[in-house]
Design a protein around this ligand. Sequence first.
Ligand code: C2E
Ligand code: MG
Ligand code: MG
Ligand code: MG
Length: 283
Amino acid sequence: ALKETKQGWYLFYEEALKDQLLEESELENVFGKALRSGEFFIQIQPKYSFATGRLIGGEALVRWKHPEKGLLTPSQFIPLFEKHNLLIPLDMYVLKLVCKLLKRWEEEGKPLLPISVNQSRAHLLVTDYEESLVSLVDHFNVDHHLMEFELTETLFLHDMTHLASVLTTLRSQGFLVSLDDFGSGYSSLTMLKDVQIDVIKMDQGFFTDLTSNEQGRVVIQHVIAMAKDLGITTIAEGVESEEQARMLASMGCDGVQGYFYSQPLEVSEYEQLLADDTPRCFL
Ligand code: C2E
Ligand code: MG
Ligand code: MG
Ligand code: MG
């Protein structure tokens, strides 16, 4: 009843706002504490070449070992972090973990294959963001060719010109850039017109019905061919069956990442793969 008077509404909003602010600063505290106590860690999912069957690199995927809630996956916290401006610090932290790992592998004489980290495309519109990426990687003295940035498509971005120039800068410094979740909906084709990238990661949803959808097959076949003409590598992500893998390989897709070959692995498990160069992607 109070809410129905003008003053009531005001009080109601003020309360709501207070709650929100409280939650926000609380979230920041929780996040800061989690960072400091090492609750965030990465798993690495292997990527394989269809042509050789061999490991070609891995993708770092963040996880949160929450003291009360247990193991949380990205979908349980990334959207919230993004909303509250905590995703950039998290992505920087993940990048730092990957840099340290690559450096250690180099020191231990392990074979060096690229690792990719995810970056929301929105980050790249933050002024000088690319410079913070470069200076972090350079701080750890990691070879740029070993670092791949996967741009996730959470947003429709209008400032293609700026994005194009940021990516040009990163690529001219030797970093690899890939377009993540291709075919999942955010104007992927438009981006290819204006922006230069190294890799297209085709989203699972893009080819999931491949075996039954003949029209879909034509589309995918042409996307793969187009990528080839543009000098872009194609990776199919979320491949769960041999049938899918065979079909994608026969269409000229270059690489694969998915449960059929491997789940995301603990770092130590991935290191065992790195040390043993036998082909694992059989068709
Ligand atoms: P993504 O970059 O497209 O990563 C692939 C996701 O698909 C991962 O989920 C992976 O575990 C999952 N996946 C791989 N193969 C299969 C499969 O065969 N079947 C199925 N059903 N799923 C498969 P995950 O780890 O839960 O990550 C979800 C998304 O969260 C990622 O999608 C990425 O967009 C985002 N993400 C993960 N780590 C980070 C990070 O450090 N920073 C940012 N900004 N985003 C991240
Ligand atoms: Mg990704
Ligand atoms: Mg993806
Ligand atoms: Mg995906």
